[in-house]
Write a protein that binds this ligand. Structure first.
Ligand code: PLP
Length: 428
């Protein structure tokens, strides 16, 4: 093999700009709406709600802010308005996705909640509905669930919503990675009582930053707007009855987001082509790509893969370091990531499960056993995972054997073919 390192770095997922974005940014500048109000924000809110099939969207500084306002509102709805400094979820357990980015969980903690993590379904890499049912048996008092879609490949958010309804719990859907993906034809971001989407720089479309809270409830939208602007009351002076935040979206950033929205479908199509090229290229390797659940259409944001158990060389990870022993015919995520880096291509480990984070090591973690495990094993038979769950939980198993591949839209087919070759040679 004669592959030279890439001259320009192949990114995991960089922003893809088209030019139209600047028109709206310039409009904001020329009309002097350089603030957190303006036409761009109004338009983004309109488009975001329409695309996600929700009635209202509230433009915010980021998705984390949207999640914060969502869990705060859920907490006050469920448990009443708290003493100001205590948080709306003070001392309450909240069921949370285990395999997700930490931004899903942080807002629960901002409000004093205690995350309890729900294990991952091997067949979807998302929250396992069977484990969630079991969690409600163990903790019948829980009234809030925060669930995220991973890498733009949705799981059974529809089932999770049903389970929440059955137990009188509210659902916050973190669709930050899944904008434009669908479950049975229904948009991700439309399943939660509250949903959040992100325009962070690496997401499927971007404003450099920004996010929206989505809801069908006008009261939620109004409350979020008020809290996001320092919770000022309707009075001639600054009048305050509640704690507020500075969470509003900038009209300049909204201009970029507004320009990007018309390219959402194109971005999804290009990400899908990347996923399928990997799938085809790795046909002969002992690996599986992210699973696609029946009835779902992913947005293919990040292509990822897991290495079959018997093709794994020895790999150990401490809290902040990884080591492996190279073996002919075998490899591991660390070796592949280091090799990609040598060629100037960026991959990334799978998001490390939350229950394994030092911050949450003492928190509850509900896995599937007995009947639940049997059901999970049915998926394993489909070839998604081998021997999963025997010694590790599903999330840690995917973390151990999996990695995210360079998924940048700007990567050319020829460059991707080189990435595929590089990965293949790790198995030599
Ligand atoms: C990116 C991301 C977020 C945070 O989005 P920001 O807009 O950067 O706050 C939240 N949840 C998940 C799952 C994400 O991937």
């Amino acid at each position: 093999m004669e592959i030279k390192p890439f001259e320009n770095k192949i990114w995991l997922a960089a922003p893809t700009m088209h030019g139209d974005e600047m028109r709206y940014v310039k409009e904001a500048y020329d009309t002097n709406w350089m603030s957190t109000v303006g036409v761009n924000i109004n338009e983004v809110e309109k488009i975001a709600a329409e695309k996600a099939e929700m009635k209202y969207a509230v433009g915010l500084s980021c998705c984390t802010a949207a999640l914060h306002l969502a869990v705060k509102h859920a907490g006050e709805t469920l448990f009443g308005r708290p003493i100001v400094s205590h948080g709306a979820l003070a001392g309450k357990r909240v069921f949370c996705s285990d395999m997700t980015f930490d931004a899903t969980i942080n807002p629960v903690v901002y409000e004093g909640g205690i995350p309890v993590f729900i294990d991952t379904e091997a067949g979807s890499w998302n929250m396992d509905p069977v484990a969630l049912e079991k969690a409600f048996e163990i903790y019948p008092d829980v009234k809030l669930v925060v669930s995220a879609e991973l890498y733009g490949f949705p799981g059974r958010m529809d089932l999770i919503k049903e389970i929440c309804e059955k137990h009188g719990a509210l659902l916050v859907e973190d669709a930050a990675e899944a904008m434009g993906a669908t479950i049975n034809g229904k948009q991700c971001g439309s399943f939660g009582d509250y949903s959040a989407i992100s325009y962070n720089g690496n997401k499927i479309i971007t404003g450099s930053s920004g996010g929206c809270l989505l809801t069908n409830d006008i009261e939620v939208a109004n409350k979020a707007r008020k809290w996001a602007t320092q919770a000022r009351e309707n009075a001639p002076w600054y009048q305050h009855e509640e704690v507020g935040y500075n969470y509003r979206m900038s009209n300049v950033i909204a201009g970029i987001v507004r320009g990007q929205y018309s390219y959402l479908e194109e971005h999804i199509a290009r990400k899908k082509a990347i996923y399928e090229r990997y799938k085809e290229g790795f046909k002969s390797l002992p690996v599986q790509m992210n699973p696609i659940m029946n009835g779902t259409e992913p947005n293919y944001w990040l292509s990822a893969m897991v290495i079959d158990e018997d093709a794994m060389c020895k790999q150990v990870r401490s809290d902040c370091e990884a080591l492996y022993i190279s073996e002919p015919g075998k490899t591991c995520p660390t070796e592949i990531l280091e090799t990609l880096a040598k060629y100037n291509a960026e991959g990334r480990p799978i998001w490390k499960p939350m229950h394994a984070q030092p911050l949450y090591r003492l928190h509850g973690f509900v896995t599937c056993e007995g009947d639940g495990r049997a059901k999970t094993n049915a998926y394993i038979k489909d070839g998604t995972l081998s021997k999963a769950g025997k010694t590790l939980d599903i999330g840690m198993d995917i973390f151990h054997r999996g990695l995210c591949l360079p998924s940048d839209i700007a990567m050319t087919p020829a460059q991707q073919d080189s990435v595929i070759e590089i990965v293949k040679h790790c198995f030599d």
